[in-house]
Design a binder for this molecule. Structure first.
Ligand code: KG4
Ligand code: ZN
Length: 343
């Protein structure tokens, strides 16, 4: 069986072909970074227009690399949300057209669930229960998984996501877009203890996140100490800011571990590419005596292999209707509302 996954939730046009035993035949990701860089962030209207231009080419390239033609594909999968509505609709409409024409099943995929699946794609035997931390550009959320395909949303950001905070500070310092990878690189040269950032925490003991206070504190430091690329403590500032984000993420996990006593921790989403976060996350898990899993860097940021992999799981569970041509895209995290335990 061959499954074609399509991902257009934000600023990457991606397609991947997987077999039913999770073998990746091809995974193509076309980034729009250069298009959005002059604006310091994703411009939604430009993103959807670019997806329209790229999607045909990306899918064709993916099929070429898989040595397959469209009529050999047994099922189609596509990201339905959350994400930019115009961008999502490009992928969703394209996938509907393919499923309708070739009379094959169409499986709709939640983007955050797909990020979590990116960990299982490379690690088939993760001990449950699992605490999963999704850290992307638009979302920072913690989930409890009692078993495969079962999720309880424990906490989410009340304002900015961690990736968003990194991107905004980078934009303010004219470091380019996306800011996360730039800060990752430059922070290596700095002292993370140089600038004191208060640890953001929830007063109501919830497992939600908040990064806007940290972002405001960073902007205050930038203005007061006149931080810029030429400032002698530029690298120290970035290292301290990055460290504060990592501390906030690990503090949340620490709280989750106490309550939910998982066997494994998983980290995923674009920010999981961050070298320091990866290292500290592994050390943190080891100290708690827990298994820990992070996707390889290429599967942390948006891709379609995770979309196709989740669709394979769902097809095996026979959970989805075959031809849901009335599917609509959804912009915000809502599919987890009320979706807690599977059994
Ligand atoms: O998951 P993703 O590709 O897209 C969304 O679903 O939002 O995540 C993109 C985010 C951006 O905020 C980007 O700056 C961040 O991931 N990112 C990183 C790194 N690479 C990407 N953040 C920190 N360090 C990195 N190496
Ligand atoms: Zn993502």
């Amino acid at each position: 069986m061959y499954l074609l996954g399509i991902e257009t939730s934000c600023d990457e046009t991606a397609a991947a072909v997987l077999t039913e035993d999770f073998k990746i035949l091809a995974s193509v990701v076309l980034s729009q970074d250069e298009l959005h860089a002059p604006f310091g962030g994703v411009v939604p209207e430009l993103a959807s227009r670019q997806h329209l231009i790229s999607i045909d080419y990306v899918i064709q390239e993916c099929l070429n690399r898989s040595h397959l033609s469209l009529d050999q594909i047994n099922a189609f999968a596509v990201t339905q949300g959350p994400g930019l509505i115009g961008s999502l609709l490009v992928g969703l409409s394209f996938a509907k057209g393919l499923a309708y024409y070739f009379e094959k099943p169409l499986i709709s995929i939640d983007h955050l669930e797909a990020h979590i699946e990116s960990v299982f794609l490379e690690n088939r035997n993760i001990p449950f229960p699992v605490l999963a931390l999704v850290v992307s550009g638009g979302h920072t959320s913690t989930f409890y998984m009692r078993e495969k395909l079962s999720y309880k949303l424990l906490g989410k950001t009340r304002d900015d996501a961690a990736g968003e905070a990194l991107d905004k500070i980078a934009k303010f310092l004219n470091l380019g877009y996306p800011g996360g990878p730039v800060i990752d690189k430059l922070a290596e040269k700095g002292d993370p203890k140089a600038f004191p950032f208060a640890l953001p925490h929830m007063t109501d003991k919830s497992l939600d996140f908040s990064f806007s206070g940290l972002k405001t504190a960073a902007l205050k430091h930038i203005k007061e100490s006149q931080i810029s690329k030429t400032h002698p403590r530029f690298f120290d500032f970035l290292a301290s800011f990055e460290k504060a984000i990592i501390r906030a993420l690990l503090a949340n996990l620490n709280q989750g571990i106490k309550i939910f006593k998982p066997q494994s921790l998983i980290l995923c989403g674009g920010v999981a590419r961050n070298k320091k976060l990866r290292k500290e996350f592994m050390e943190f898990a080891r100290k708690h005596g827990l298994h820990s899993f992070i996707p390889s860097p290429g599967f942390c940021t948006d891709n379609a292999a995770m979309v196709a992999a989740l669709a394979v799981e769902k097809l095996k569970e026979q959970k989805e209707p075959s031809f849901p041509l009335d599917l609509n895209a959804y912009p915000r995290l809502y599919s987890f509302k009320g979706k807690t335990w599977k059994k």
